[in-house]
Design a protein around this ligand. Structure first.
Ligand code: IVH
Length: 697
């Protein structure tokens, strides 16, 4: 029997793991183990909905859409900052405020990266996250609580007294704040606390997001900031939940019924002790010149930061002193934004090149008049898609505004139409593929233009590159150059041909000697043993990446079962929508792919079986085959599937004489009828759980 005490302990455990993963970036359990804890929590809450609290870790999935955002008055004005451009401006600022108040000459400084994100204001009442708002006009913001809840780095609960502060344990390895005493015991946490932070998307998360979009043939996002802004302004928070938002907290806006330190540096530490994500790149300085020296150094290395910072915020550390200096307009005098030079430049768009991706998507790339941005010469940039080009009215020979930040591929922001030369040419989607010259297709309602020729050499090269990549078949030593050689020499016409390459084939290629040929053949042979989920990833079906492949492996025993799946079978899998389901069915309809699957099988690639489960559950359901249908009382079908697999059972998509059990919930349809006809045993969720106790080992 679940008890409320157990629930409380479970929630605290999940909260700790969430914090370790999303704030400290130092998880101590696997994703699978985390999912199981969350699943247990959801099961108990499903049984006892009256026990659900707003700070429960289950309350982050997103809520049904709102029709608009309510207004939220801020408890204190959400101010902005005056800018300083370089060391001279910074010294001038310091002299100005020193003249106003002589105590400034003794002041110390806290400096923080100025993240290029969106300000949010979070309210905590009695330790529970109660409301979150946008900045708005600085006086009144908009209520985006439901969206903010989905950001895992935001604590849903913070301690209300120092005994409740377990969150900082085990963090001594962090480079910053190492020697600080525990401030939370010195200043009792406020009953009502309002903090301000910046929501953003890291460069790495943004690149991964766009890669997924591109692979699915969908619109890529223009830049991290706009994407974060769009996600925060979603009326449907379930959409927000799918975007990789994170944040740092840097300011205490308001505190009631408790105390907070006066020093900004200590406030950062204090916020960290309360469980907020705080930027550990922040620093504290006693001396103005030392601080300036450091900030100048930062400017040089800004590209290495994992997020986009457009400057450094310099704050007089003593908050009471800083506040006493007052405000000019909306800018407090006690802080200043040291702005980095802009990463935007203008150059000429000399031409475009259309690249053909793995799935046949055509992506326009800009060929630019070379230009330097922050020490790097930029020659190419992404133009996203043809809709973007049309919307922005970008033409060849235009002057264009270009940005490069972090490791992200430079992108064109706009064309400068005022400077358009007479000979500027409009850019239209090609009617034929630049690689194979076959006609291009454009599907209703999609942005992408496709080359649908399955034998297109450009696609083939990208396809093989994907097939051999690390997340898929992981064939070491088969780089893009060799792939091009193999395709251009006609040695490989599809991925299956890799497995029939001979040593002589390779030795005939430029740059191949005995050893290199042997190594490559060994690597190809070894890849034939990769498990089913990797092979599925390798097939390169539109929208089928790591997580979809995993879901598919959980439902289908082998490639034959996947091929036999109908649109309906596929759509019934949680996490697979109609588009991906259709992409999988369509992929299997193409004769080219059917032939290739046959060749793979002939070459000995026919993995079956399930994902390896990493949790050491005893294999109590070993040898038993299940089919799942209908709505189960507490588990989703996916969860039930994982439950069975974790215990060594097998789960297939359709009922046959080989099925041992049909696990049926409410609204079970044709599968139930078929099971009855075939006299397959039908069980419910409870019986499934019972089985674990009855099966002898
Ligand atoms: S302090 C009075 N600190 O930069 C306090 N701002 O105008 C003013 N920002 O839009 C803000 N990181 O959203 C501060 N560590 C940081 C910041 C930061 C980013 C943004 C803020 C505002 C702008 C400053």
């Amino acid at each position: 029997m679940p008890s409320q005490t157990h629930l409380k302990i479970l929630r605290e455990e999940i909260r700790q793991h969430n914090y370790r993963y999303h704030v400290l970036d130092a998880p101590i359990i696997s994703d699978g183990e985390y999912d199981r804890l969350l699943h247990e929590l959801k099961a108990i809450e499903a049984e006892h909905p009256e026990w659900i609290t707003p700070d429960s870790p289950s309350q982050r999935a997103g809520a049904p859409p709102a029709s608009k955002f309510d207004k939220v008055p801020h408890p204190a004005p959400i101010l902005s900052l005056a800018n300083a451009f370089g060391a001279e401006d910074t010294r001038a600022w310091f002299e100005r405020i020193q003249k106003m108040d002589n105590r400034i000459s003794e002041a110390t400084f806290t400096v923080e990266p100025k993240l290029d994100g969106l300000t949010v204001v979070l309210h905590y009442k009695d330790g529970v996250f109660d409301q979150g708002a946008t900045r708005g006009d600085g006086e009144i913001g908009e209520d985006i609580t439901a969206n903010l809840r989905t950001i895992k780095a935001i604590p849903l609960r913070i301690p209300v007294n120092s005994d409740q502060c377990p969150v900082v344990s085990g963090q001594d390895e962090l480079p910053l704040f190492k020697d600080s005493p525990s401030l939370i015991t010195e200043y009792s946490p406020p009953e009502y606390l309002v903090v301000r932070g910046e929501v953003f998307i890291t460069h790495a998360d943004f690149a991964a997001l766009n890669k997924r979009q591109e692979e699915a043939g969908e619109k890529t996002y223009l830049n991290p900031r706009n994407t974060a802004a769009g996600a925060l302004r979603q009326l449907d928070s379930r959409v927000t939940a799918t975007r990789p938002l994170t944040l740092f907290i840097y300011q205490i806006v308001h505190a009631e019924g408790g105390e907070v330190p006066n020093s900004q540096w200590e406030r950062l530490e204090y916020l960290r002790e309360l469980g907020f994500p705080v930027n550990t790149d922040s620093r504290h300085f006693d001396d103005l010149e030392e601080m300036i020296h450091f900030v100048e150094g930062w400017e040089e290395t800004r590209d290495q930061l994992p997020y986009e910072a457009d400057g450094i915020v310099i704050k007089i550390d003593d908050r009471a002193l800083s506040d006493s200096l007052g405000i000019v307009g909306k800018d407090p005098r006690g802080a200043i934004a040291y702005k980095f030079p802009s990463l935007e430049v203008t150059t000429t768009l000399n031409d475009i090149r259309v690249e053909v991706g793995r799935t046949g998507v055509l992506t326009p790339k800009a060929i630019l008049e070379p230009v330097e941005i922050n020490g790097v010469i930029v020659r190419n940039a992404t133009l996203h898609n043809f809709d973007f080009i049309a919307e922005k009215d970008i033409r060849i020979s235009d002057r264009v505004l270009l940005k490069r930040a972090g490791e992200v591929i430079p992108y064109i922001i706009a064309s400068i139409t005022e400077a358009r030369p007479k000979h500027a040419r409009a850019i239209l989607p090609p009617s034929n593929c630049p690689a194979c010259e076959q006609p291009i297709e454009h599907f209703e309602g999609e942005v992408a233009y496709y080359c649908v020729n399955a034998a297109c050499p450009a696609q083939l090269i990208r396809n093989i590159e994907h097939f051999v990549s690390r997340g898929a078949m992981d064939i070491v030593g088969l780089g893009i150059k060799i792939v091009e050689q193999l395709v251009n020499e006609g040695l490989v016409g599809d991925v299956a041909d890799l497995y029939s390459l001979s040593k002589d084939d390779l030795l005939a290629l430029e740059g191949f000697k005995e050893k290199k040929a042997n190594n490559l053949l060994d690597a190809i042979r070894a890849s034939a043993n990769q498990p089913l989920n990797r092979l599925i990833i390798g097939l390169g079906i539109r929208g089928v990446g790591e997580s979809v492949a995993r879901d598919l492996t959980l439902h289908f025993a082998d490639l034959d079962a996947l091929r036999a799946a109908t649109q309906e079978d596929l759509e019934s899998i949680e996490g697979i929508g109609p588009n991906i389901a259709a992409a999988i069915v369509d992929w299997h309809l193409l004769p080219f792919n059917q032939e290739m699957l046959g060749k793979l099988r002939d070459a000995g690639l026919n993995p079956s079986g399930q994902l390896t489960v990493d949790d050491g559950q005893p294999a109590l359901l070993e040898g038993l085959t299940f089919v799942i249908t209908g709505t189960l009382p507490t588990m989703s079908r996916k969860e039930a599937k994982e439950y069975i697999l974790a215990r060594g059972g097998k789960v297939t998509g359709s009922v046959s004489s080989k099925t041992d059990y049909l696990l049926a919930g409410e609204k079970a349809g044709s599968k139930l009828a078929k099971a009855k006809a075939l006299e397959v045993k039908v069980i419910g969720e409870d019986e499934l759980k019972e089985m674990e106790n009855n099966v002898s080992v």
